[in-house]
Structure formats: structure tokens, C-alpha cells
Design a protein around this ligand. Structure first.
Ligand code: 9Z3
Length: 312
């Protein structure tokens, strides 16, 4: 009897590719091919929340929580650690370097004179440092954006597949907040849902777990780090360990919504104890970001993984 396609394959059959997909995949492929020749490490960082549209001509959608702080800050630290970075992010969420300017008005920072424009004295040092870093690293950074869950999953699959050429030089850092529920295109109304129809009841399908094909088929030799987000502290360690046992990837980073900027726990398959990373009072005073410590930690783990792959 013919086997039915797994649910993740059906998802891609039922949900069309995002716009500019082929152009983006070509850019991703070029980065991976050049990095493979030079034996450069490449980090795919996913960042921001996915949307789940309620209508095909979308007026309303469900969103997942994420400002993109984790991903955009981590991208900067991976670049500083010598990685090429593919930054797969929710459109208009925080981006590396420009994130430091969010919430401020550019017109307060510049002085416009009749014949030229200059940066206000108060901002010269800060903007100069940021611009210098951005200009230094931008050739190592490829930015690709998504909006919907389907856009994200198409791009995730394609990127992981293109990264296969890198073997253990590839690191996947899955910080995006990805919806577990969605409405298949075939069940979505074409036009805006009318309130004249009365109260709205929604029925959402479960999104197939994409970590399974990602780890076994799309990028089987990559170093894969996923994030587990919980709101209940008592579940964090067990849920993180369950995820690792289920998908057999390399590291799960557990974090709680309320403390995610100061505390994370890392679980891996080599140790039964979770490793904690917590910012101290002096870290906080000195503006240290938890992402710098996460990236330092993962860099060492990835080096070890790469060394074992070469000899093993
Ligand atoms: C995370 O847990 C991220 O650390 C945050 C970052 C979304 C909390 P911000 O962007 O927040 O700094 O504001 N990402 C993973 C979330 C997720 O969807 N995980 C799935 C789950 O927990 C598994 S892949 O089930």
C-alpha cells in the first residue's frame, strides 16, 4: 500500500511559496557556496514572530510574541565571533545594529543646515561606533525577511537545505517565535470576514513539527540550537529536555517570557544537568547582554562539535 506523505510535506504542498522566494534562495545559496569553499562558519539566525492569516486577502492575523531582540542581538555577537550570518527575520522586527536606535527619532539626532546635514554632537560617538560596526560586518550579513508562518517555513527549509553543503560548519539558531497553530489555505476565506456574520469561532490546525525533517533530512550535519519558550517556570527544564529527546539535535535553550533577558538554561544530550546562564548585577550595570554569553557558550560547543565531526 502506498505510504501517505508525512504531514510536513503536505504543509508545503498546501501552502504556496512566498514572493521573491527564488531570488532569496539564490542569495542564500551563494553565501553557503562561498563559505564552503573558504571553510567559513555560517549561522542561520531566525528571529521575530510568525503571523497566521485568517483571510487569504489578509486584513486580520494571529501573531506570535517576539520583538526580535534575541535574534538581532545574537546576530551581532555571531558576526563578532567570525561567523557569516543569515538573518531570517520577521519584517519590521529588530535588526542587528539599527536595533540600538529603536524608539528614538532620527530627526532629533541630526542637525540640518542650509547647505549640509550633520550628526548632533551628543550622538556623534554612539552613531559613529554603530555605523563603523555595521559597515565592517555588513558584507558578512545576509538579511531575509518573512511575515507569515508559511513564508517562514519555506525559507527555513530552503536555507537549511542550502546549508547542507557546509556540513558541521553550519549552525542553526532557531530563536523565531513560531506558531504551533494555523489555518490551511483551503480552509481560509478569500475575503475579509464580515462582522455582520456574528461572533467568530476559529478552528486552527496543528503545524507539523519541522524540527524533525530539519535535523534528519534538510541539514543532517549542522549544529542545531532551538529555543523553548515557557511562561510556567516548573515546566521549563522538562519541556526543554523533552524537545531534545524528541528531535536529537544539539542544544535546547529554555527561557521564560518574564526573565528571558537575564536568564536561560541550556540542555544538551551529553549531560543530564542543565547549564544556566544568568546575568549578574554587575553585568546589568555594565550593559552586558545575555546574548553575548549565549553566543560565547555556543561558539565553544560548536567548535567541539566540528572537531569531533572531522575526526569521527
Ligand atoms: C524564544 O524562545 C526567544 O528567545 C524569544 C525571544 C521569542 C522569547 P524577543 O524576540 O524574544 O527577544 O522578544 N524563541 C522560540 C520560541 C518558540 O516558538 N519555540 C517553540 C516552543 O517553545 C519551539 S521551536 O515550543
Amino acid at each position: 500500500m502506498a505510504q501517505e506523505d508525512p504531514s510536513w510535506k503536505l504543509f508545503f504542498e498546501e501552502n504556496p511559496k512566498p514572493t521573491h522566494f527564488d531570488e532569496n534562495v539564490k542569495l542564500i545559496q551563494d553565501v553557503c557556496q562561498q563559505a564552503a569553499v573558504k571553510k567559513n562558519r555560517v549561522a542561520l539566525i531566525t528571529s521575530g514572530g510568525t503571523t497566521v492569516p485568517l483571510e487569504q486577502n489578509t486584513v486580520r492575523f494571529i501573531d506570535n510574541f517576539s520583538a526580535g531582540t534575541r535574534g538581532s542581538a545574537s546576530a551581532e555577537y555571531f558576526l563578532e565571533a567570525g561567523y557569516l550570518v543569515i538573518f531570517l527575520h520577521r519584517s519590521k522586527s529588530l535588526e542587528p545594529y539599527s536595533r540600538h536606535l529603536i524608539g528614538r527619532n532620527i530627526f532629533d539626532m541630526i542637525e540640518a543646515l542650509p547647505d549640509h546635514i550633520t550628526v548632533g554632537d551628543k550622538y556623534k560617538i554612539e552613531l559613529g561606533v554603530l555605523a563603523e560596526k555595521y559597515q565592517h560586518y555588513k558584507c558578512n550579513l545576509l538579511m531575509i525577511s518573512f511575515n507569515t508562518l508559511a513564508d517562514y517555513l519555506w525559507l527555513l527549509q530552503a536555507t537549511a537545505q542550502k546549508m547542507q553543503i557546509l556540513g558541521p560548519l553550519a549552525l542553526l539558531y532557531l530563536a523565531a517565535a513560531v506558531s504551533d497553530f494555523y489555518i490551511p489555505t483551503s480552509q481560509m476565506p478569500c475575503h475579509k470576514i464580515q462582522s455582520s456574520g456574528g461572533p467568530l469561532s476559529l478552528s486552527l490546525e496543528l503545524v507539523p513539527k519541522m524540527l524533525a525533517p530539519l535535523v534528519t533530512l534538510w541539514a543532517p550535519n549542522a549544529f542545531v540550537v532551538s529555543f523553548k519558550l515557557e511562561t510556567n517556570e516548573t515546566l521549563l527544564e522538562t519541556k526543554s529536555k523533552e524537545s531534545l529527546l524528541k528531535y536529537h539535535h544539539n542544544v535546547v535553550i529554555g527561557n521564560l517570557l518574564s526573565s528571558r533577558k537575564v536568564y536561560v538554561m541550556l540542555v544538551d544530550s551529553t549531560s543530564s544537568n542543565a547549564e544556566e546562564i544568568r546575568l549578574s548585577a554587575s553585568d546589568l550595570e555594565n550593559g552586558v547582554e545575555i546574548e553575548s554569553k549565549i553566543v560565547d557558550n555556543l561558539k565553544i560547543r560548536h567548535e567541539q562539535y566540528y572537531a569531533n565531526h572531522k575526526t569521527g
